[in-house]
Design a protein around this ligand. Structure first.
Ligand code: GTP
Ligand code: MG
Length: 750
């Protein structure tokens, strides 16, 4: 029994034991599952929180509304200005123009140096004289100038009276020996200016009245009238440019300059309290970084730490012993004054970033900046971003955004909150740059599509309104010419490189009263960094669709021919074909008032393109230019004067149709005849009207009317223009014939 009981007990116990065992196992499994679940939830929560945090930070970075984005630059600009005023701080810049072998010739190099000074002035910086004054170089320039003068004198000896005649002519304009000009053309003469003309001068704008100018208050800006401004004073400007020339016998890979030059410049920077150095070439990221570090070191009295003996391990075939400055690894550059270095790209991009107003222009510049930053980050690494951020922080949204995000990521990492993500700072920067780049590119495409759509719509709506685009080298006077043509001060014209950055369009009336649209565009420059060519392309898209293109040239500029070549080269780079130039282009020779000799009209008219010499500042030949525009536009759009006879009873209806559908503002030579005839029982009206043939046919079709056409040659282009394009086609024909002959000859020889 006991056994039984025992057995029972043991069974019970066994059962009990088994039950417990199973329960425990189940509980253990449940516990394990619970544990795993908790772990999963925990990790999910953790990941979620970091994700949320990222999202939050991301949102925090993109917290700017559209309006705030647009206001962003304005705020920064005003803050910068206030800060500058408070501490009386202005940027002291030194320009260096390196001359490599083979150089472009002394005069050209000097001109490029002058242009570099102009770029620095465009940012309103004080430009200091550079440390290099090469007498030998200067002598060459003088020698060349003397040679030129001698050549001119030899030419003039042939006409012994030339000089004296010329002097007399200038003293007494009444006794005019200059060749007579065709009707409408003018020599530049202050006496051409009439009361009521609107005048633009370097220092103010206003209406000419009784030998004086009534100054336009609005034009009287803060810095106007500063005659001692180094950029406006030609002699000062030239001397600064000359002192900035540096002959480069060799280029050092790491630091660009040799050790000796680096020391010289560094000491000069220190002695002259210079804040930044603009080197007019493209620097590699390493050169850029090293130059900043080395000069900052010298300025802060740590030159001994900056240089030490050449490292024997570093071999170099091309560089002389001791030329390469090598930085000590523990060299600390964080305290003291910081010297900034800019190259051509960072300089031009800065100007663009400061000036761009429209949303498209701002997007283009941000994209350009990010593309540049991307390649720099790839080649150099994390520290590049700080250097770039310092330059662009006030002007570019993306620079600000990336910096904010990097800083917040750093602080998160410092608190140990996002450990394990495994993303280094450089990777984070690269990711951010790529993300923002693709986002901005998408936005830019949609903005451009929208612009295209609007342009097409406008084109359909105003299909008979001609578009005239102004293009040309920067500072040639495009904006001044636009103001002169419209007779209003609509765009800012200043003695600054890249004053205009985005395309501005305005309507104005041609001589016949027909409306035209005029476009002011961004100026071109020699050696435009290739990264910026893309942003030029979309800015100039409007030009491609223009009916007529005015190439505005500063004809008084000593390098006007080089500037012309640059403009044509950039146009070619941008994909404009030869057809574009031969059919649409007129050359406007601006600033003729600054020429020492009068324009030789006969030779001007022999040029390949039709030429119109003007002075936008003094309104010389502006009226003639509008006449020429009218003629050329009429020719290109096939517009003619039609003489139309309307029966009097239907005249009102047809008259209204013409005003609504044709681009006209008046009927010409209207003659009412009230005589009742068989053909016109209520009398008739005869008039002339300027129409393109499509509108004319539409008019005939709508009213089923009889017309007499009278080609009175008002809309025909001057003969010289046809000559211009003829000579081009002639040349092309000759070239083709030559090629054919060569081809045949080669074949025969074979
Ligand atoms: N003497 C003289 N100066 C002129 C004439 N036309 C323009 N200028 C001056 O040339 C400078 C540049 O003129 P802008 O109209 O700004 O030139 P731009 O081609 O629009 O220049 P960007 O917009 O910078 O490309 C200004 O200081 C003008 O006053 C002219 O016919 N004669
Ligand atoms: Mg302009």
């Amino acid at each position: 029994m006991q056994q039984l009981i025992d057995i029972n007990n043991s069974r019970k116990f066994q059962n009990f034991y088994i039950n417990i065992n199973i329960g425990l196992k189940i509980q253990l499994i449940i516990f394990k599952i619970k544990f795993a679940f908790i772990l999963m939830i925990k990790s999910l929560l953790f990941r979620g929180s970091t994700f949320l945090k990222q999202q939050f930070v991301f949102k925090q970075v993109y917290r700017y509304s559209e309006k705030e984005q647009l206001d962003f630059r304005k705020q920064n600009l005003s803050q910068d200005k206030q800060q500058q005023k408070q501490i009386g701080y202005e940027t002291n810049c030194m320009v260096l123009h390196p001359i490599f072998f083979p150089n472009k010739g002394p005069l050209m190099e000097l001109y490029l140096a002058e242009e570099a000074v102009g770029l620095a002035k465009s940012l309103d910086w004080n430009v200091q004289k550079g440390p290099y004054w090469k007498e030998e170089y200067d002598k060459k320039v003088i020698q060349l100038q003397e040679e030129e003068q001698e050549e001119q004198q030899i030419e003039h000896v042939e006409d012994a009276n030339y000089e004296s005649k010329n002097k007399r002519k200038r003293k007494n304009p009444k006794e005019d020996n200059r060749p007579k000009l065709d009707e409408g053309w003018q020599y530049f003469d202050q006496t051409n200016i009439k009361d009521g003309d609107y005048i633009y001068t370097h220092y103010f704008k206003g209406t000419y009245y009784k030998n004086g100018i009534i100054v336009d208050d609005q034009s009287d800006t803060e810095d106007d009238g500063d005659m001692f401004h180094e950029w406006r004073n030609k002699i000062l400007r030239e001397s600064i440019a000359k002192s900035s020339l540096i002959k480069m016998k060799k280029i050092i890979g790491k630091s660009f300059f040799t050790k000796g030059k680096l020391m010289d410049i560094g000491i000069y920077i220190k002695d002259n309290s210079i804040d930044c150095v603009f080197i007019n070439t493209e620097l590699t990221p390493t050169q850029h970084k090293n130059l900043e570090r080395l000069w900052t070191g010298i300025v802060n009295g740590r030159e001994d730490e900056v240089f030490f003996k050449k490292n024997p391990m570093m071999s170099s075939d091309t560089e002389a012993e001791g030329d390469e400055p090598i930085q000590t690894s523990d060299y600390d550059n964080s305290s003291g004054k910081k010297i900034r270095v800019f190259d051509r790209f960072t300089m031009i991009l800065q100007i663009f970033a400061k000036r761009a107003q429209t949303q498209i222009a701002r997007h283009q510049i941000e994209v350009c900046f990010l593309n540049y930053l991307k390649t720099k980050l790839q080649r150099e690494g994390g520290t590049t971003f700080n250097a770039m951020y310092n330059i662009f922080k006030g002007d570019l949204m993306t620079a600000q955004e990336i910096s904010l995000e990097v800083v917040s990521a750093k602080s998160r990492a410092a608190k140990g909150k996002v450990q394990g993500e495994g993303e280094t700072q450089l990777e984070l920067q690269r990711r951010l740059v790529n993300d923002k780049l693709s986002k901005l590119k998408k936005e830019l495409i949609s903005l451009l599509e929208n612009q295209n759509f609007l342009r097409e719509k406008r084109k359909k709506q105003y299909n008979n309104v001609p578009t005239i685009a102004l293009i040309g080298y920067t500072n040639a006077g495009k904006s001044a010419l636009m103001n002169a043509l419209i007779k209003k001060d609509v765009v800012e014209s200043k003695d600054n490189l890249f004053q205009t950055l985005s395309t501005t369009s305005r309507k104005f009336k041609l001589i016949s009263g027909q409306q035209a649209i005029i476009l002011d565009t961004i100026g071109f420059i020699t050696d435009l960094p290739h990264e910026l060519v893309d942003s030029f392309q979309s800015t100039l898209m409007e030009v491609e669709h223009a009916d007529l293109v005015l190439h505005v040239r500063d004809i008084s500029h000593p390098h006007t021919e080089d500037q012309k070549k640059t403009v044509l080269k950039v146009l070619k780079q941008l994909g404009f074909d030869q057809q574009f130039y031969t059919n649409k282009m007129i050359e406007v020779w601006n600033k003729m008032d600054l020429l020492e000799e009068n324009v030789d009209y006969q030779s001007a008219l022999k040029s390949d393109f039709p030429v119109v010499p003007v002075s936008a500042l003094y309104n010389t030949n502006i009226k003639k230019l509008t006449q020429i525009l009218e003629q050329k536009v009429n020719h290109l759009m096939n517009k003619k004067y039609y003489t139309i006879v309307n029966p009097l009873n239907t005249h009102e209806e047809r008259y209204k149709w013409l005003f609504a559908n044709a681009n006209i503002s008046r009927l010409e030579n209207e003659m009412y005849d009230y005589k009742q005839t068989k053909q016109y029982p209520y009398g008739n009206v005869k008039f002339q009207v300027l129409l393109d043939d499509v509108t004319f046919r539409r008019f005939c079709h709508t009213f089923n009317i009889q017309v007499e056409t009278n080609d009175n040659k008002k809309g025909m282009p001057p003969k010289e223009w046809l000559k211009g394009s003829e000579s081009y086609f002639q040349r092309m024909r000759e070239q083709k014939e030559k090629e054919d002959q060569n081809f045949l000859k080669n074949k025969r020889e074979d």
